[in-house]
Design a protein around this ligand. Structure first.
Ligand code: DGY
Length: 328
């Protein structure tokens, strides 16, 4: 009925999403969406968020006090379609008693898979080799052409041994490294058993690893964790892979380390800023592989992430327990 319709809570979605997720929301809510291909412009978000009950957002949307003030008293839930939440001003959101949900677990496998793919692409120089084949630089099979470091008998270092870090370690174990070591705030005794991984200090991880894969979240503690001093401590043969957030790396220091061969190479799915401007030196370096933040970009994974967001919103609006509330 009309009156029923008028009572429906309102949701603003900052991107086009899959039908399945949209259907869940449409059943209970009045939905408005930004349908542009690019992220919603800030002005548009500030205008559309007014009086909404729920916000379905992406990691490209900065949700700060300005957005929250614009939203006003009615906003009950912010559901981000990501596991990372460094784009949300958590303290400001909490102050206003707004609930937050995110999408952990369901993207773990997809992201770990991408991290392994990126590591191998970097170490085995797949893009460089493909480029050479296309350009006619493949003259003949050649004993040491396009060689790179192998995982067998290597030391793999995982920074951030949470759900994703553990899955990366599990997959890399299949390549027969000598050791898997990790750096994490807390020790993960049980989880580490499966891949025989041992916790070490950050410095030890830097100096001993042949491969370093970063999967920690971006916090005030991990911001610029990989600075010039850190790159200096790494082996000159080290391969550095980052699938977490660009902010954990001092990017100028990384560029220097790659240019000066302080380290062997880097594979990056995340950087600062995103998208990376075309004139950024990282895009010109042969020993750097740059991907456009596609860690979780498996079709089904992304669909499930949107569905989970929709379910979180409905649960929050009904005052029920959300499937994946962010509690910090
Ligand atoms: C996340 O979810 O935070 C990833 O960076 C993208 O899926």
């Amino acid at each position: 009925t009309v009156s029923n319709k008028m009572c429906k809570p309102s949701v603003y979605i900052t991107r086009e999403i899959n039908k399945e997720a949209l259907d869940i929301l449409n059943e209970h809510c009045e939905v408005t969406s930004w349908t542009g291909l690019d992220p919603v412009p800030r002005d548009e978000l500030l205008e559309k968020i007014e009086n909404k009950n729920a916000l379905f957002c992406m990691l490209t949307d900065v949700i700060d006090s300005k957005v929250l003030d614009k939203a006003g008293q009615n906003l009950q839930i912010i559901a981000t379609m990501s596991v990372g939440y460094d784009h949300l001003e958590i303290q400001e959101i909490k102050k206003r008693n707004i609930k937050i949900s995110y999408t952990p677990d369901i993207l773990t496998d997809a992201t770990a898979e991408l991290a392994v793919a990126l590591l191998l692409t970097t170490s085995r120089r797949l893009l460089e080799a493909n480029e050479a084949a296309k350009k006619g630089e493949w003259k003949a099979w050649s004993p040491f052409w396009m060689c790179g470091p192998g995982l067998q008998n290597s030391t793999v270092g995982i920074v951030g041994f949470g759900r994703i870090g553990q899955e990366i370690a599990k997959r890399l174990k299949a390549f027969n490294p000598k050791d898997i070591i990790y750096y994490n705030r807390s020790e993960k005794v049980e989880e580490a058993k499966q891949m025989d991984a041992k916790k070490v200090s950050f410095d030890q991880l830097l100096t001993e690893s042949d491969f370093i894969s970063v999967s920690c979240s971006l916090t005030s503690e991990t911001m610029n964790l990989f600075n010039a001093a850190a790159f200096k401590k790494m082996k000159s043969t080290a391969v550095f892979v980052n699938t977490s957030r660009g902010g954990v790396v001092d990017q100028d220091a990384l560029i220097n380390a790659l240019e000066n061969k302080t380290i062997w190479g880097a594979g990056l799915d995340v950087m600062t800023p995103e998208p990376l401007p075309l004139d950024n030196p990282l895009l010109k370096l042969k020993n750097c592989v740059v991907l456009p933040h596609i860690g979780s970009a498996c079709i089904e994974t992304r669909q499930n992430m949107a569905i989970l967001c929709a379910k979180n919103i409905i649960a929050a609006l009904k005052g029920e327990q959300m499937p994946s509330e962010l509690i910090i």
